[in-house]
Structures are given as structure tokens and as C-alpha cells.
Design a protein around this ligand. Structure first.
Ligand code: GTP
Ligand code: MG
Length: 192
């Protein structure tokens, strides 16, 4: 994918605040600190478009980025971080579910999981929920640079099994090395 322009459009907490342009959207979900913002930055060849936090749980609104005046990339707030204030945790579910459920132009949700960990209960619940609403899903195992080469295939197969994915629905990725970027773009574009 050739990136001609990439810009932050807005942060939204409720449907009235979503951008009104009717471009197709790809949303990125995953637990706090898993590397969602880094993955978006890698996809668009920018160091700091989606803010990267060293403090987990930073991205707490739904952030919309526009690419080539053609596609929206949507950074959803991360889940599962214990230190997030109770009030914010309570808002997460209705906020994200309202987005996922009612956004007709949403074409794909990329669920991001740390390659070093097994999918969490939150990841599994999200996957079941997306299946129930028939929203196409792609799983990315990120931070693949952190695991030894011999563990890649086992880690991939294990995730596939736990989440009931076929081979085409899972991509190994690293924001550090850029591995998996082209494959991920290809699969994203197939769904638009
Ligand atoms: P929140 O928005 O806070 O939920 O986090 P996030 O999911 O957007 O994660 P973010 O991109 O901010 O990255 C979290 C941390 O992981 C940062 O310190 C990143 O530098 C690091 N990180 C992200 N992707 C990778 C990767 O592929 N490999 C390695 N080694 N580190 C990564
Ligand atoms: Mg983030």
C-alpha cells in the first residue's frame, strides 16, 4: 500500500462524534500495551501518528486516522489493564460495543495479541462477540521479534487453536522489524 497521506482526524467517545465520511474502516483492538498504536504507525510508515504510550491504558478514546483520503484506521482503547480507573473501565465496554455494533462501514477488526502470551479471557470474549455480530476478524501476533524463531510456529498454532482460526486469519508481526507489514496490508485490503 502506497501511503500518500495519513492524518489524525479525531477522538470520539460516542457515535455522534464519529467522523461522517463514508470511507471503509478497519479497527484495531487488543489489550492495553499490546502494541496497537505501534502497529498502526508501522502500517502507515509514521513514527508517531498514533501516539505510543509507555504507560498502558493511555489510548482511552476511539481514535480515527484517515489514509489517502480513502480509508479510516480506527485505534480502539485497550482493555484488560488493571490500573485503569474504575470509571474508565466501566465506560470501555459500552463505548467499544457501540462502535463495533453500529458502524456499518466497519469492514474488518484486527485483534492484536502479544506473541509471547496466550490469548486472554478478554481476547477470547472479544473474538466470540465479533463472530456473533459477523464482523470479519484478522488476528495479529505482534512483538514477534521478542520470541525465538523456533517458537513462532508453535505460538501461532496455539493461538489458532484457542481462537478457532484458520491459517489465513492470522499474521505474525513486529513493529520493530516491520515483519508481517506487507502481508497484513494485503489481508486488510482484501476485506475493504
Ligand atoms: P495502549 O494504547 O496504552 O493500550 O497501548 P498500545 O496497544 O497502543 O501499545 P503501544 O503501541 O503504545 O506499545 C506499547 C509498548 O510496546 C511500547 O513500549 C512499544 O514500543 C512496544 N512495542 C509495540 N510493538 C512492538 C513490537 O512489535 N516489538 C517490540 N519489541 N516492542 C513493541
Ligand atoms: Mg495506543
Amino acid at each position: 500500500m502506497k501511503i500518500i497521506s495519513a492524518e489524525f482526524v479525531k477522538s470520539a467517545f460516542k457515535p455522534e462524534d464519529y467522523p461522517s465520511n463514508s470511507y471503509p474502516e478497519v479497527a484495531f483492538a487488543g489489550r492495553s500495551n499490546v502494541g496497537k498504536s505501534s502497529l498502526i504507525n508501522t502500517l502507515v510508515n509514521r513514527k508517531n501518528l498514533a501516539r505510543i504510550s509507555s504507560t498502558p491504558g493511555r489510548t482511552q478514546a476511539i481514535n480515527f486516522f484517515c489514509l489517502n483520503h480513502r480509508i479510516f484506521l480506527v485505534d480502539l482503547p485497550g482493555y484488560g489493564y488493571a490500573k485503569v480507573p474504575v470509571e474508565i473501565k466501566r465506560q470501555w465496554k459500552p463505548m467499544v460495543e457501540a462502535y463495533l455494533k453500529k458502524r456499518g462501514r466497519l469492514k474488518l477488526v484486527v485483534v492484536i495479541i502479544d506473541a509471547r502470551r496466550e490469548p486472554s479471557t478478554d481476547d477470547i470474549n472479544l473474538m466470540e462477540w465479533l463472530r456473533f455480530y459477523k464482523i470479519p476478524v484478522l488476528v495479529v501476533l505482534t512483538k514477534i521479534d521478542k520470541i525465538p524463531p523456533a517458537q513462532r510456529i508453535p505460538s501461532k498454532l496455539k493461538t489458532q487453536k484457542i481462537l478457532h482460526l484458520d491459517d489465513r486469519q492470522i499474521v505474525l508481526f513486529s513493529a520493530v522489524t516491520g515483519e508481517g507489514k506487507d502481508e497484513l496490508w494485503k489481508k486488510i485490503l482484501e476485506n475493504l
